[in-house]
Design a protein. Structure first.
Length: 243
């Protein structure tokens, strides 16, 4: 590989690292060309690619894009899985092939710039795929809507029953055409006959007027004369004593 070819390979790897959500490093020893083809086919559904790389070129590509966490993994035979889509589905594809063939052991990886160890990648492989998560989310969102629809149906059914009862009462005469009970006119007539009797009772209980009070004051007797003033025609006792 000449200098120009190396520069092209470094640029390609750097671009793949930059576009990826996650990068998994695996030990590819023992895998055949046919096996690598099977892995690539499984990863295609997760929008991921499988590539055997040269460590020195990948280190230079990692330096260009600032993926320092990837460099310690570039020891020995290394293949990289560049994941642009479903990270969990891509990790599951590698893990399934590893269990079936005892190959492609995880070395580690990076996701969103953070380093991943083999145990963390194995845990990611056990997560539901993106499609399954979308289905669960739709189910959670749809549940309240379903409950609301059932509640509205129940409310409308109850309203229909209530309106039916009102219609039956109107047809049987229990409720008049104006929406009031048939006993209402009798109650109104009774109220009318009660008002004159109440007015008469108020008139009898009213106090006397001011004219009656004035006549009573005019007929009252005058008060008696004071003992200190002698009555007219009485003898003057004072003069008799002096004589």
């Amino acid at each position: 590989m000449n200098r120009e070819q190396k520069a092209t390979a470094i640029a390609e790897i750097a671009e793949q690292i930059r576009e990826s959500e996650a990068v998994f490093a695996v030990d590819y020893r023992g895998i055949t060309v046919t096996g690598a083809g099977e892995v690539r086919a499984q990863l295609r559904g997760a929008d991921a690619t499988f590539r055997v790389v040269k460590n020195t070129l990948t280190e230079r590509a990692a330096d260009e894009v600032g993926a320092e966490a990837l460099k310690p993994l570039l020891q020995g035979p290394t293949a990289l899985t560049f994941v642009r889509g479903d990270v969990a589905a891509a990790a599951k594809a590698i893990a399934d092939y590893q269990r079936s063939n005892d190959l492609l052991a995880f070395k580690g990886g990076v996701m969103n710039g953070d380093a991943l160890d083999p145990a963390q990648i194995a845990a990611i492989a056990k997560l539901p795929s993106r499609e399954v998560l979308y289905g669960q989310l739709v189910g959670v969102v749809a549940s309240p809507i379903t409950g609301l629809a059932r509640g509205l149906n129940g409310l409308l059914s109850g309203l229909a029953v209530a309106l039916g009862g009102v219609l039956e009462k109107k047809e049987s005469g229990e409720i008049g055409a104006g929406g009031t009970d048939s006993d209402a006119p009798a109650a109104s007539a009774a109220a009318d006959t009660t008002e004159p009797a109440a007015e008469a009772a108020d008139a009898e209980a009213a106090p006397a007027t001011s004219d009656d009070t004035t006549d009573q004051d005019a007929e009252a007797p005058e008060p008696a004369a004071s003992p200190e003033e002698p009555a007219e025609g009485a003898p003057d006792t004072t003069e008799t004593q002096e004589d």
